[in-house]
Design a protein. Structure first.
Length: 136
C-alpha cells in the first residue's frame, strides 16, 4: 500500500505483494492490508518498520492500509491495526538504538519493533526462542 523508489526488481516484488495484499484483505473482510515480511526476524526477533525515505515520510507514516499483516516468525503472522502499529513505532523511537537505516541501499529510516510487542498487542504469546536482541 506504499510506493517509492527502490532497488532492481522492486517493481515485480511490488506487483506480487499488491496481489497478495488484496487477497488477504478480501479473505479477512477488512478494508486494506499491508503485508510485511522482514527476512531477518527469525535471527533478530525484531521487525523493521520503515517511516522515512530520503527525508520524506514513507512506509507506516503514509500507508493507506487499515491493517498490517506482519510475519513475526517462520510460519506465524500477526494482524494489527495501522493505528496500533504507529503507536508501537512511536514507542520504539524513544530507544535510539531501535532507530536504524535499512532497506535497499540503506535509504530508509525505520525502527526495530520486537516481536514480543506485536504479539502482546494482539494478546497472543510468542513462540519460545524469539527475542528482541539488538542487531548489528
Amino acid at each position: 500500500m506504499t510506493a517509492g523508489l527502490s532497488g532492481e526488481g522492486f517493481d515485480i516484488d511490488l506487483r506480487n505483494a499488491q496481489v497478495q495484499e488484496r487477497s488477504i484483505a478480501r479473505l479477512l473482510s477488512i478494508d486494506t492490508v499491508e503485508l510485511k515480511t522482514d527476512l531477518r526476524v527469525d535471527d533478530t526477533g525484531n521487525v523493521f518498520i520503515e517511516y522515512e525515505q530520503k527525508g520524506r515520510p514513507s512506509g507506516i507514516m503514509v500507508t493507506t492500509a487499515s491493517h498490517w499483516v506482519i510475519r513475526v516468525m517462520r510460519g506465524r503472522w500477526v494482524m494489527i491495526e495501522t493505528t496500533e502499529l504507529r503507536k508501537l513505532v512511536a514507542r520504539a523511537k524513544i530507544d535510539s538504538w531501535r532507530c536504524v537505516s535499512g532497506g535497499d541501499y540503506n535509504h530508509y529510516k525505520g525502527v526495530l519493533i520486537p516481536v514480543e510487542w506485536l504479539v502482546k498487542v494482539r494478546g497472543i504469546e510468542a513462540t519460545p526462542g524469539a527475542s528482541s536482541t539488538r542487531t548489528g
